[in-house]
Design a protein around this ligand. Structure first.
Ligand SMILES: Nc1ncnc2c1ncn2[C@@H]1O[C@H](COP(=O)(O)OP(=O)(O)OP(=O)(O)O)[C@@H](O)[C@H]1O
Length: 256
């Protein structure tokens, strides 16, 4: 579903501020997979995600989504960013925010409203449609951002530190929400996080990036027994072992 071939990205090439963020990165993601990407701070994770989303043009290599070369943001793709307060329009109701991207699809207004309401239901915010984002908590606003992505029915959802701005308890609730919605919606998810624990809890697979320029230094399959559960999963010896393994890989390539 996603093929990244020898990807490189240099910021400010040929200037005194030249910075090599990604160098020769190769990665394949299968359809339906939930891939978590971790790596040291500043290694190039967001640059990678923006390259996949077609928001920046790689200076080398290529990205293909469902066989098509990414030159601009693909139609079948939705992105959830860390900063929900900047991604939702404060002057629009929650329902209008969620329905907004659906204008790109050939759907009439009534159908757009229904799809927005369905998406709000799937994130547990069925009663919030008439409210405005500022009337909701941070965690609820991030649920709205996730609902907006889901309403669009993407085949690929990219999430860039989606729970980085919420408290620990809300983070755990949102991790479970991602696991729940991926069960309902048939889609591939690439989730970037600096949280090793989260990557192993949420991911089917964890890819570890080196310090900049980023390339893949670890690719681990997560195969844990039973359904994911905050306490029992995190206490399971396989989880503890995998978390330590990912931590070793990240620390081995951290700048400090
Ligand atoms: N527009 C830009 N111009 C110049 N340098 C940039 C630009 N965007 C990012 N960088 C640099 O590229 C490197 C990688 O940045 P990026 O945001 O991709 O890393 P990251 O792994 O997502 O970081 P973090 O974990 O701190 O969010 C950083 O050193 C950053 O300063």
């Amino acid at each position: 579903m996603l093929e990244i071939d020898n990807l490189s990205h240099v910021y400010g090439g040929g200037t005194p501020n030249e910075h090599h963020a990604i160098d020769g990165l190769n990665l394949s993601v299968a359809e339906g997979e939930l891939l978590c990407i971790v790596g040291p701070s500043g290694c190039g994770k967001s640059t990678l995600l923006r390259s996949i989303a077609g928001l920046i043009t790689p200076t080398g290599g290529q990205v293909k989504v469902e066989g098509n070369l990414v030159r601009q943001t693909p139609d079948n793709l939705a992105v959830v960013f860390q900063d929900y307060s900047r991604s939702l329009f404060p002057w629009m109701s929650v329902a209008d925010n969620v329905a907004l991207p659906l204008r790109r699809k050939s759907m009439d207004k009534r159908r757009r409203r229904e799809a927005a309401q369905e998406a709000l239901e799937s994130v547990g915010l069925e009663a919030a449609g008439r409210k405005y984002p500022f009337q909701l908590s941070g965690g609820m606003q991030q649920r709205v951002a996730i609902a907006r992505a889901l309403a669009y029915r993407p085949t690929l959802m990219l999430m860039d530190e989606p729970f980085g701005s919420v408290d620990a308890q809300t983070r755990e609730d949102l991790e479970d929400l991602v696991l729940k919605v991926r069960g309902h919606h048939q889609m591939t998810i690439v989730l970037i996080t600096h949280d090793i624990d989260e990557s192993v809890y949420v991911g089917d697979r964890v890819v570890v990036l080196s310090k900049a320029p980023a390339h893949v230094v670890g690719d681990l399959k997560v195969d844990l027994p039973g359904p994911r559960d905050q306490i029992t999963t995190r206490e399971h010896p396989d989880f503890v072992h995998l978390r330590a393994e990912v931590g070793r890989l990240v620390r081995g390539h951290a700048t400090v």
